[in-house]
Write a protein that binds this ligand. Sequence first.
Ligand SMILES: [Zn+2]
Ligand SMILES: [Zn+2]
Length: 351
Amino acid sequence: MARYCVKCGRELGEETPIVNGLCPDCFLRDYGVFRETPVLDIVFCSKCGLWRYHGRWVQPLSIEEIIRRMVLDNQQHYVNSGVEIIEVDEVSSIHRVGRSFYEAVVKMHVLLGSQAIYSVSGIVRFSVSKTVCPQCMRRASKSFNALVQVRSARGRLSDDEKSYVRSVLQEPSIASDIVEVIETRNGFDVKMFSPVTARRLASIINRDRGARVIETFKTRRYDPSRGRREGVTTISIRLPDLVVGDVVSYNGSYGVVCSVSSSGFKVVDLESGVYRSFKFDDYWSKRVVREESVVVKEYVVVGYDSSMVYLLDPMDGSMIEYPRLANLNSVSEGDRIKGYWVKGRMYMARI
Ligand SMILES: [Zn+2]
Ligand SMILES: [Zn+2]
């Protein structure tokens, strides 16, 4: 059956869509893409540049990109029936059209009659207003309800620990609640708006690093209107100071830490050469204690038999023998092994 445009009378093939009885040319000329000119209300934070979209504050973008997304996302409010915008390719020619309005030209790919894609352009109108986002408002007021103090059991955070903490503080769900971060010689003091987010921060660091978390509450005043005490929740987060190679003691035995992970740490027992696993709880409760006065020396394996390993001290050329414990089962000549002087006794371990 032949098909015709009711306006220009052109005969149309099967592949050409008919929208409202019109061929695409007549339709786009008479109706266009938009039922009415889209009017967009663009709101920025004047301090940080965040952009408010659907009630949320999102990362800063160029004005062209914001227009592109808003047109694409809200098109059902603006387009004529039978038209669907597939992509907004370009936003250009931004110019002022009134006291508070601007216009821009948008080039789009649209689908007509769910059938064929056409490249067209249209005009959108928008206003730009500035306000201060809640996050900047809080920062400006400097009021905080929680203080998170990140420290190390060593006294000072290592560079690795510092960069880890900084990266956690940058996670959007945490960052949005931060009032102020003070980096001190010993660690971080993080003022936060909500104790709930402060606890979330603590549980992330606890999960990742086996940190110990202690929460205290300091009353500032009683607020009769809300019927509760107002104050600051202080959360102390302490990172364990265990690293690979540390000597620890437990139940009268000694071991060398050979791996540290988020869930705990493993040691080689220096007496038996057997590997043992511990949780950070064991460390915090002092069931496992780091030994401070340990002298470490390196030896080279020069031979072994079923029961002994023969070691050379490369510093003075002297030889010693040591029982071939479980962790020395697979030694071979030339291996380097560490000797640990602990409380007047030498232990050998390969970690
Ligand atoms: Zn026509
Ligand atoms: Zn802001």
